[in-house]
Design a protein around this ligand. Structure first.
Ligand SMILES: Nc1ncnc2c1ncn2[C@@H]1O[C@H](COP(=O)(O)OP(=O)(O)O)[C@@H](O)[C@H]1O
Ligand SMILES: [Mg+2]
Length: 439
């Protein structure tokens, strides 16, 4: 089949046709999410070369890694211009909030993601809360405060537990669920007096605690439409049974049985469409991914937060279910033609078990030799998160090290396949949850 359509013409970027040319792609980031993106993009019939900045040893097996930090926007622009990169996809939130999309477009380079203005939906929790209120998107009641004194007064409006959030990006560490006034005051002091998160804590959001089942929905979005992907579920806590401190995510599965057709329709009506409407009304240019954190409460689904990029490790279980060529989806997005694009998913169940370093999410050691990655079954995907190459060997280099990902016809099968293969990958201090997808 020859695919032949326009590659977007917006903002004076040259006419370009998929099918004429094979594309050079750049993926920005270095974790399991980016490894999954590169793996998926490598299957595209339109792609010739894939670069990843900075990438990791797993990514290096299927793409060319470039030694540029994901947050170094100027160098990424320079590299893309020199190498004539056709399309860039950004994994992490920091470069998006820094305005990488605007910088690339100014340089007439094609890139997927929200502009700096739209990225504020993740970059500032108070901004996103005001946005939700303005467009009648259900969310927890809140106060925005900018001094410790005002915070202590505002606490009087809440019962316990109460939720306290640093306004800016805090790498998943800026949210405190406080069970008493003294805990709440201590959290406010951590953020506003001890400046634990620097500038990200110059404002704080105090929020009503929502009870319910937490879930999230990943969507493709352009300036005309918002299209949910298949559902998935993360496991945030470090220990089995959802015990212990929060992490970046210890494992995922898809589809998520909590996310019924009924909830899906309600989320579409009450959350996705008003969100798209708000984005349009604010005049934002948002052609990328939006990832909505939800609490399914007794009163219906409410938004906990927006993320303006793919989730990690949700991506690891969602993209293996995508049948449509991802480059064609990105292309449609850039042309604001998502609504006219048929996006197909397979019926597989996918489970990803994260292998982490002992001690994570607190202090942990790095540099442990990893063995057995090549011994996993043929259809198992091992996505690298925190790994490095040292003297020709792959070693641990982060809290979350690898994601062992299994695909099967049923969830039960996928679970046992994933865990059978988790045993084959070995490193000193390997920890993982044994109950991923088992609830
Ligand atoms: N209003 C709330 N009620 C109950 N739990 C919440 C609330 N807000 C956040 N949480 C919990 O805290 C976690 C982190 O909050 P979130 O807003 O997603 O910030 P971030 O991901 O930036 O740390 C959520 O995944 C959820 O478990
Ligand atoms: Mg979150």
């Amino acid at each position: 089949m020859t695919v032949y359509f326009e590659f977007y013409k917006c903002r004076g970027i040259d006419y370009f046709k998929i099918g004429d040319d094979f594309l050079k792609i750049l993926v920005v980031g270095s974790g399991g999410r980016e490894h999954t993106l590169v793996w998926k993009l490598a299957q595209s019939s339109h792609v010739d070369e894939i670069y990843c900045a900075p990438g990791n040893p797993g990514i290096a097996e299927i793409a060319t890694c470039v030694d540029i930090n994901a947050e170094n926007v100027a160098e990424l622009v320079e590299f893309s211009r020199e190498m004539k990169i056709d399309l860039t996809i950004v994994g992490p939130e920091v470069p998006l909030v820094l305005g990488i999309v605007d910088a690339f477009r100014d340089a007439k380079l094609r890139i997927i993601g929200p502009t700096k203005q739209a990225a504020e939906l993740e970059g500032s929790k108070s901004y996103s809360k005001h946005f939700m209120n303005k467009y009648n998107i259900p969310t927890a009641k809140f106060d925005e405060i900018n001094t410790l004194e005002k915070g202590k007064i505002a606490l009087g409006n809440y019962s316990y537990p109460v939720v306290i959030k640093a306004d800016g990006l805090a790498a998943g560490k800026g949210v405190f669920i406080c069970n008493s006034l003294s805990e709440a005051e201590a959290s406010l002091e951590t953020i506003m007096k001890d400046n634990a998160f620097g500038d990200a804590g110059s404002k704080v959001v105090i929020e009503e605690f929502l009870e319910g089942i937490e879930t999230s929905v990943l969507c493709f979005i352009d300036n005309n439409s918002i299209i949910p992907m298949v559902s998935s579920q993360d496991h945030k806590r470090i220990l089995d049974g959802d015990k212990g401190p929060n992490t970046g995510g210890m494992g995922t599965y898809s589809p998520n049985y909590v996310y019924t057709k009924e909830i899906e329709r309600q989320v579409e009506r009450e959350i996705l469409l008003p969100t798209l409407n708000g984005i349009k009304s604010e005049g934002m240019d948002y052609r990328g991914i939006i990832f909505i954190g939800l609490m399914i409460t007794k009163e219906g689904p409410k938004v906990l937060e927006y993320n303006v990029r793919l989730g990690d490790p949700e991506t690891q279980v969602v993209l293996p279910r995508l049948e449509t060529d991802l480059v064609e989806i990105f292309n449609a997005m850039l042309e604001n033609k998502l609504s006219k694009t048929k996006i197909d998913w397979n019926n597989k169940a996918v489970v990803c078990v994260v292998l982490a370093s002992k001690g994570y999410p607190e202090k942990y050691e790095k540099g442990k030799v990893i063995e057995g990655i090549k011994n996993v079954d043929d259809d198992i995907l091992v996505f690298h998160s925190g790994t490095a190459m040292k003297e020709g060997k792959i070693v641990t280099n982060g809290g979350r090290v690898l994601g062992v990902t299994a695909r099967a016809n049923t969830l039960k099968e996928a679970i046992s396949k994933a865990y059978r293969n988790v045993e084959k990958v070995k490193f000193e201090g390997k920890v993982f949850r044994t109950d991923i997808a088992k609830k």
